[in-house]
Ligand binder design. Structure first.
Ligand code: PMT
Length: 454
C-alpha cells in the first residue's frame, strides 16, 4: 500500500539548480520549484530552449524568484556554467527528456544545462518523462544504465495516461515524490547521524548485500516463502554504488524490474534457498569490506522435498465434496543455517563490517524494539537495522522506518522515509564506520565483541 504523498521536508537553506528540458511535463516544473522553496531552499532554474517551447520563462522566473538561464552565451562574462555548477548543492532535472539523457550520456556541453551537469560536483537527480516507447527503447535504457553507473540518480517514470490517447510508463512522478527523492540526496532524511557522505565515500570498497526472500521447496510446485520484495536490498545496492562502491547483490526472487533499475556495475548473483544464499554470500564476501543481510531468509526448510507433486490423500480425491477428510501428512522442518550469525562467528575476512536487518512484530512478550534488541545481542552483528513488518508494513513498495542498534542492543541511529531514503541513511552510516576504521584493506573494527551464542 503506497503512502499518501506528504509535504517533503529536508535540511533548509540548500542551493538547488532545477533543470527543465523539452517535455510536455515541463508544466509540472513550477510545482516542484514551489515545493523546494516552501521547504526553505534557494532555487536557480536552468531551462533548455526546447523546455521554453512548453513553459514560459516568466512563469519559471516568477516561481523561482530569480531570472532563469538557458544558453552558455547568455552572459559570457559571468562564465555561468561554472558559476551555476559551483553554486549548486544539488542539481535536479525534471523533466529530463530522452534527448537530454542522450546528451548527458555523451558528455555534451552544448547548452547551459548539460554544461552545468558536466561541471558540477553536486549530486544530480534526473526525473525522466517521455512516451513509453521512447523510455523502453534500447537506446534510452542504455543511456539510463550508463548515467546510473556514473553515480547520477534517476527516479523512474510512472505508468499512467500520457499526452496522447494512450497510457503506459513514461509519466513524470508527482512533484512531492520527486522533491522527496531530491531532498534525500541533500542529506539522508531521518538519519540522526549528520550530513550526507561525500559523493565517492565508498570508492575502493566492496560491499556484499543480500535482498529478497528465500524459497524452501516442498515439492516441485510448492515452497515455503515470505513477502520480501527485495526493494530495501536493491535500494541499499544502488545507494552504495552511488557512493562509488563495488557492489555484489545476492538476490533471491527479486522482481526483474528492480534488478534492471540497478546501476550498471552492480554484480548480481541469483539464488533460491537459504542454503544457496549462504554459499553465495560466503563466496562473494571473501574480500568484502562489509556485508549487509537485508534478505528475508527462511529459518526452516522442509526436511524432505517430494520428487513429485504431493497429491491429496486417495479418500479425499474420491470424494472431493467431503468435509473433514483425512489430514494431509505434516511437513517436517529442519533448521536452516543462520547466515548472519555464521558470518559473525567465522568472518570471511577479518575486520569486515556486518549489518543485519531484523523484521519484527510486537507480541505479548514485548514490542518491536525489545525483540530487536534481543536479536542484536543474539546475532552479534556490528549493526542491526530493526524494522516493524506486517501485512501493510515493511514489505514491498511502502516507506520504511528503522532503528539501528549495535551488538549490545544500544541505539545508534534512526532512519525513516522511502526505502531509498532509508538506504541512503544506512549506507551513509556504514561509510562513516568504514572511514573511521581506516583505508582499504583488512581493518580491525574497534570493540568487536565475542562470537554470538547463535
Ligand atoms: O524486501 P522488502 O520488501 O523491501 O522488505 C524489506 C525487509 C522487511 C525484508 C527488510 O527490511 C528486512 O527486515 N530484512 C530482514 C528480514 C529477516 O529475515 O529478518 P529476521 O529478523 O528473520 O533475521 C535477522 C537477520 O538475520 C537478517 O539480517 C537476516 O537476513 C538474517 N538471517 C535470518 C535467518 C537466517 N537463517 N539467516 C540469516 O542470515
Amino acid at each position: 500500500m503506497a503512502a499518501a504523498p506528504e509535504r517533503p521536508s529536508g535540511p533548509a537553506g540548500s542551493r538547488v539548480v532545477v533543470g527543465v528540458s523539452g517535455s510536455i511535463a515541463a508544466y509540472k516544473a513550477p510545482f516542484i520549484i514551489r515545493l523546494l522553496r516552501e521547504a526553505g531552499h534557494e532555487v536557480k532554474v536552468v531551462a533548455t530552449q526546447a523546455a521554453l517551447r512548453f513553459i514560459g520563462a516568466p512563469a519559471l522566473a516568477a516561481v523561482s524568484g530569480r531570472p532563469i538561464s538557458t544558453g552558455v552565451f547568455d552572459d559570457p562574462a559571468a562564465v555561468e556554467h561554472v558559476a551555476v555548477a559551483e553554486w549548486a548543492e544539488l542539481v535536479l532535472i525534471a523533466p529530463a527528456s530522452a534527448d537530454l539523457l542522450a546528451r548527458l550520456r555523451a558528455g555534451r556541453a552544448d547548452d547551459l544545462l548539460t554544461a552545468t551537469v558536466l561541471a558540477t560536483r553536486a549530486p544530480v537527480l534526473l526525473a525522466p518523462a517521455m512516451h513509453t516507447q521512447m523510455w523502453l527503447n534500447p537506446a534510452t535504457r542504455d543511456n539510463v544504465a550508463v548515467l546510473r553507473s556514473r553515480g547520477l540518480s534517476i527516479i523512474d517514470p510512472e505508468a499512467g495516461r500520457l499526452t496522447g490517447a494512450d497510457s503506459g510508463v513514461g509519466r513524470l512522478p508527482e512533484p512531492e515524490r520527486i522533491v522527496e527523492r531530491a531532498l534525500a540526496l541533500l542529506a539522508p532524511a531521518g538519519a540522526d547521524s549528520a550530513a550526507a557522505p561525500p559523493r565517492q565515500a565508498l570508492r575502493g570498497r566492496h560491499l556484499v548485500i543480500s535482498a529478497g526472500g528465500t524459497r524452501e521447496p516442498i515439492d516441485p510446485v510448492r515452497f515455503l516463502g515470505n513477502r520480501s520484495s527485495g526493494r530495501q536490498g536493491c535500494a541499499l545496492a544502488a545507494a552504495a554504488a552511488g557512493l562509488g562502491a563495488r557492489v555484489t547483490l545476492v538476490q533471491a526472487h527479486v522482481d526483474q524490474s528492480l534488478l534492471d533499475a540497478l546501476p550498471a556495475g552492480v554484480e548480481i548473483l541469483a539464488v533460491s534457498t537459504a542454503v544457496e544464499m549462504e554459499a553465495a554470500v560466503r563466496r562473494a564476501s571473501g574480500r568484502a569490506d562489509a556485508v549487509i543481510m537485508a534478505a528475508a531468509v527462511a529459518d526452516y526448510r522442509p526436511a524432505h522435498v517430494a520428487g513429485a507433486k504431493i497429491k491429496k490423500p486417495a479418500r479425499a480425491q474420491a470424494d472431493p465434496g467431503a468435509v473433514g477428510g483425512p489430514a494431509p501428512a505434516p511437513i517436517e522442518l529442519v533448521e536452516n543455517p543462520d547466515i548472519l550469525a555464521g558470518l559473525v562467528a567465522r568472518p570471511p575476512r577479518a575486520g569486515q563490517l556486518l549489518m543485519g536487518f531484523a523484521a519484527e512484530t510486537g507480541d505479548d512478550q514485548g514490542g518491536v524494539l525489545d525483540h530487536g534488541a534481543a536479536k542484536a545481542r543474539r546475532k552479534g552483528a556490528d549493526l542491526l537495522a530493526v524494522n516493524a513488518v506486517g501485512e501493510h508494513l515493511g514489505f514491498g513498495d511502502v516507506p520504511n522506518s528503522v532503528i539501528v542498534l549495535d551488538r549490545h542492543g544500544q541505539e545508534v541511529a534512526r532512519a525513516q522515509g522511502s526505502k531509498e531514503q532509508v538506504a541512503h541513511a544506512l549506507i551513509g552510516l556504514l561509510a562513516q564506520r568504514l572511514d573511521a576504521a581506516g583505508g582499504p584493506g583488512p581493518r580491525p573494527l574497534a570493540g568487536k565483541g565475542p562470537a554470538p551464542e547463535g
